[in-house]
Ligand binder design. Structure first.
Ligand code: ZN
Length: 284
């Protein structure tokens, strides 16, 4: 984000979100509603800036109402509440945190899940075509797609640690410092001094070591359940697809069902608190 854009953001005060709209949307999102009053105040301010910066497009005749846009904004901004900036520093102004999402403007809202045609080339050079059902999609530098049917199920989804909005926006964070054409790897930029590490290199090594062992444990549990019919692990087995999906899926659970997440993934708690809960100036 350019200095000029940052200044514009700071001086342009977006209109306040009407209190009745704010309260009615928050009531549908228990994992956001249960936060403290100072957190709500900060979240509402972030949402006002988010709504001023992003453009919503309804696909297939879907009309995106203020309540729908705000619901997406609340869930997208929730992970930012206590974060540092992508460059590792603490934000001087809360709206600077939207730098995490600065690579795109458009949010396409589909009425329901989308069937996407995919092609993969295997090791022998043969191209395989298949279709994939998408509840959301995030592309580096491009718009973000969400299925409203899935977004609207956020309240019930929390019990299962599921949240499509958080999933896609966490992918955006993960894509933050990758090169063009590269895929994210479940390894977002880390804050300065992450878990007491003086050097970024050590911080990254620590992150990758813990993530890898948690990912291996999860994929092992998924394949055991598939092969021998054992109890499948908590959370969508889609998380076993890749380290990037594992990061996005586990972040969903971290934000919408922290208690269960702490039991299921104790090794990830300090890691995620170390990136998402670093700002001590706000009461949690
Ligand atoms: Zn994903």
């Amino acid at each position: 984000m350019s200095l000029l854009q940052r200044w514009a953001r700071r001086w342009r005060r977006p209109p306040d979100i009407p209190l009745d709209l704010w309260q009615s949307v928050l009531a549908t999102l228990p994992f956001a509603a249960e936060r403290s009053a100072p957190e709500h105040e900060r979240l509402r301010m972030l949402c006002a800036h988010f709504l001023a910066e992003k453009e919503f497009h309804g696909a297939h005749g879907l009309a995106v109402t203020d309540a729908m846009a705000l619901s997406i904004a609340v869930q997208a901004c929730l992970p930012l509440l206590h974060m540092g900036l992508p460059d590792g520093r603490l934000p001087r102004q809360p709206p600077d945190l939207l730098d995490w999402y600065a690579d795109f403007v458009g949010i396409v809202v589909q009425p329901g899940a989308v069937l996407a045609r995919r092609e993969v080339k295997d090791a022998t050079g043969v191209v395989h075509q298949y279709t994939e059902t998408l509840a959301g999609e995030a592309m580096d530098g491009g718009p973000l797609m969400l299925s409203w049917e899935d977004v609207a199920a956020a309240g019930e989804g929390a019990a299962h640690g599921h949240n499509v909005v958080i999933h896609e926006f966490v992918h955006k964070m993960d894509m933050h410092d990758i090169a063009l054409g590269e895929h994210p790897g479940g390894s977002p930029p880390l804050p300065r001094g992450f878990l007491g590490h003086a050097h970024q290199r050590d911080a990254r090594a620590h992150w990758q070591r813990v993530m890898k062992s948690a990912f291996d444990r999860f994929t092992e549990a998924v394949s055991l359940a598939e092969r021998f019919g054992g109890e499948p692990p908590w959370l969508d087995d889609y998380a076993a697809t890749s380290p990037a999906e594992f990061f996005a899926v586990t972040c969903e659970a971290y934000f919408v069902n922290r208690e269960r997440f702490a039991v299921e993934f104790p090794e990830l708690m300090p890691l995620y608190d170390g990136i998402f809960r670093i700002n001590p100036r706000i009461n949690a």
